[in-house]
Design a protein around this ligand. Sequence first.
Ligand code: PLP
Length: 392
Amino acid sequence: KLDNHPSGRHFLHIPGPSPAPARVLRAISFQTIDHRGPEFGQLGLKLLADMQKIFKTKHPVIIYPSSGTGAWEAALVNTLSAGDHVLMYETGQFATLWQKLADRLGIKTEFLGKPGAEGWRYGVDAAMIEERLKADTSHQIKAVCVVHNETSTGVTSNIAAVRKAIDAAKHPALLMVDTISGLASADYRHDEWGVDVTVSGSQKGLMLPPGLGFNALSPKALEANKTAKLPKAFWAWDEILESNKTGYWPTTPSTNLLYGLHEALDMILTEGLDNVFARHQRLAKACRAAVEAWGLEVQCKDPAVYSPVLTGVVTPEGVDADKLRKLIHERYNLSLGTGLGKVKGKMFRVGHLGDCNELALLGALSGCEMGMKAFGIKLKGSGVVAAQDLLL
Ligand code: PLP
């Protein structure tokens, strides 16, 4: 609606979709080319090779024209059969949605986790997974599925520890990991951590609009694919891998989003993945310093697994976090993430991922601080000043 279009720039600080940089948007606007023509294969091969660098893998990466949910489904239908038993871990709303999706596919899910809303304040407890797998002496459990960066809470679980737990139990289950909101923002190592299928999406650390989904594979996942019986056609890896050998896809790819991906990968790899991770850690630390200065609590209770991607801010007792978010959006043109599922109305989320820097974060924190004051919340001190001091 142009008649009430707010002036100035919109502060998009939900934890994805993250703001797409102008360079990426310009690249997306190039003319669509023939996806079976001579130039396309070169682009496809370059993207597939560069995505291996992002996942830190030597094995194939699949790119789907889909949101993250499609890539979740693809991981399961390509490796499992109806009735297979799968162990999942409840870190928050996204782990819960993945479990529901698996149930709908006819997979038998078992959901581990700490009880209640309090359980959503911690990462995956690898010891619980180890204990459960040790008890499964007949190896009924075919896969362990965990969320790396739980976007609903701001908790980044230790995937290396989950790998160790599976190995310590000498269990053959596949390890599947959702890093839809972690990839290219939080340290991630597909091969080193022995992950069999990693699931991701375009609209978070990769700084693209929504619309691309990813599966990174392992040789063990490809082996499981040969006997997996869940129905699949569009999501089937085999035909895609065959076409990808020459940089093409069996169906029409999202050509223009792939232009954007090419540009985003150039930005990320030029900055250097380690520098990208360090920038995210620094901004996250400043955001947490602001929350502390306000006298509020961060949703994540374990400092070892604070997310570099987003920070969950618990609002004081009696404050409806969604009413607060509405006020902030209306007054300051700032979008914050809503509380989801068990924490609805009890917290808001500040995204500091992708194309984010000091002043972008400080702008968002200013909006939060002014909004909380306008809402009548008594703050202990200035979070903006605390974050500034940390970012000097
Ligand atoms: N998993 C995580 C961790 C997410 O953050 C999201 C989306 O925010 C999803 C899965 C679902 O992805 P999509 O909404 O792109 O289908």
